[in-house]
Design a protein around this ligand. Structure first.
Ligand code: SF4
Ligand code: SF4
Length: 139
């Protein structure tokens, strides 16, 4: 039995990220949201290429302007800064790193690759995303 599954079976706290190969495939056309299951470990915040993840209660920032926090007690994603990792990775790094699998698809918010890569270009004007950039839509 894989260590992570053994921990689950034993009812022990999960502090290890589940291997990516054990994660179910997801719909690429919807956004990612953090659920109430968040244990505030901070692992996702460090991995986000767009600095789109904030600790609860902290204002999020874009173009030098601060906006009200979207959650108070758990980490949250600022949708205007999230590209679903398009342009940087083939999978959402928050979901990959989260030890409790609480970075999940939100079926209420559709996402498409053209809009997401344009968002990446706006957020990172010094980077080029031409050609075969990493994207979950291409795996
Ligand atoms: S999906 Fe990627 S870009 Fe969006 S919040 Fe998670 S790590 Fe950041
Ligand atoms: S969303 Fe997951 S990785 Fe991010 S702080 Fe919460 S528990 Fe940790």
């Amino acid at each position: 039995m894989a260590p992570i599954l053994w921990l689950e079976a034993a009812g022990l706290p999960l502090m290890l990220a589940r291997p990516e190969t054990e994660r179910p495939p997801r719909d690429p056309n919807v956004s990612t949201v953090i659920t109430e299951e968040c244990i505030n470990c901070g692992a996702c915040e460090r991995e986000c290429p767009n600095h789109a993840i904030y600790v609860g209660g902290q204002a999020w920032e874009l173009d030098g302007k601060d906006y009200p926090a979207l959650a108070e007690d758990i980490y949250y994603i600022a949708p205007e800064k999230c590209t679903e990792c398009v342009g940087f990775f083939e999978r959402e790094q928050c979901a990959v790193k989260c030890p409790v699998d609480c970075c999940v698809p939100d079926p209420n918010i559709p996402e498409r690759e053209p809009e997401l890569i344009e968002r990446a270009r706006r957020l990172h004007p010094g980077l080029s995303f031409d050609g075969d950039f990493p994207s979950r839509f291409r795996t």
